[in-house]
Design a protein. Structure first.
Length: 270
């Protein structure tokens, strides 16, 4: 087993916002990016799976965790989150890294890889979409369920979108993928706007890193029809679909997904 190191630190973003980031393990760097309105605990259930070969780096997005939670007139954006990732890499002295983003983190990862191609060795995009008019959006009934005013209904709807009933029965939680409970309302709105306004369609062909695109075939939060869209738009992209899995395929199909990611990351470098 590798010697696991733990490092908690903060660094300023370009605009002075304090960003909290966390480093675990040794080996080649791998940045893990969480979903919308979540902090680094999104990865708690599977993070150790990457440590045999990689040092993992996470961050608390602005608005989450131990990072600052500024109010911004224009809200937050996935481009801004991407710049925050680069600020963390610079602070850690990491010139080139592997990058794995899921859900909104996959949207952020698209910008990192397209705008800073020299910084990314290999890219993994999970349960995500290109955004904008080309994306396949979630059904209207899913959107309504996520804003239900009934007590507990929205959280139950989100949990059901993340995991199948059978998996939940065997893994009763708590779950680290249901949002950061410490986020103020303005930050939640900012994250929602950032994800909803994402549109990287024109930037995707500029990604130069070999890319793996992953999705659960029962995902109704981000429909799996987005997988072939991304793969066709990104040069040198391959795909993997996990039968029976919902949005949190990386937990429900932990063994298969983890092995697929590590096999890809540890393949021959270009």
């Amino acid at each position: 087993m590798p010697d696991i190191h733990h490092l908690e630190d903060t660094t300023p973003a370009a605009d002075g916002t304090t960003l909290a980031h966390q480093t675990r393990g040794t080996g080649h760097p791998l940045v893990l990016l969480a979903g919308q309105a979540n902090n680094h605990h999104w990865w708690d259930a599977v993070r150790d799976d990457f440590h045999p070969t990689h040092r993992t780096i996470t961050l608390d997005y602005r608005g989450t965790g131990a990072s600052d939670k500024p109010e911004a007139q224009e809200g937050y954006s996935t481009r801004q989150f991407a710049d925050d990732v680069i600020a963390v890499l610079d602070a850690l002295g990491i010139e080139r890294t592997d990058l794995y983003g899921t859900s909104m983190g996959g949207r952020v990862a698209q910008w990192v890889a397209a705008r800073y191609p020299d910084r990314i060795r290999r890219l993994v995009l999970g349960c995500t979409s290109p955004g904008g008019p080309h994306a396949v959006e979630r059904p209207a009934e899913v959107r309504r369920a996520l804003v239900s005013p009934e007590p507990g209904a929205a959280e139950e709807a989100l949990t059901d979108l993340m995991y199948t009933p059978a998996w939940r029965a065997a893994h009763p939680g708590p779950y680290g993928t249901l949002g950061d409970p410490g986020m103020p309302p303005h930050a939640r709105r900012g994250h929602l706007r950032a994800s909803n306004r994402h549109d990287a369609w024109d930037a995707l062909p500029h990604i130069t890193a070999p890319t793996l695109v992953l999705h659960g075939d029962q995902d109704r939060l981000t429909p799996p029809d987005n997988l072939p869209l991304l793969a066709a738009r990104i040069p040198d992209a391959t795909t993997r679909l996990f039968p029976g899995a919902r949005h949190a395929y990386f937990e429900e199909c932990r063994t298969e997904a983890g092995e697929a990611v590590l096999d890809f990351l540890n393949g021959a470098s270009r």
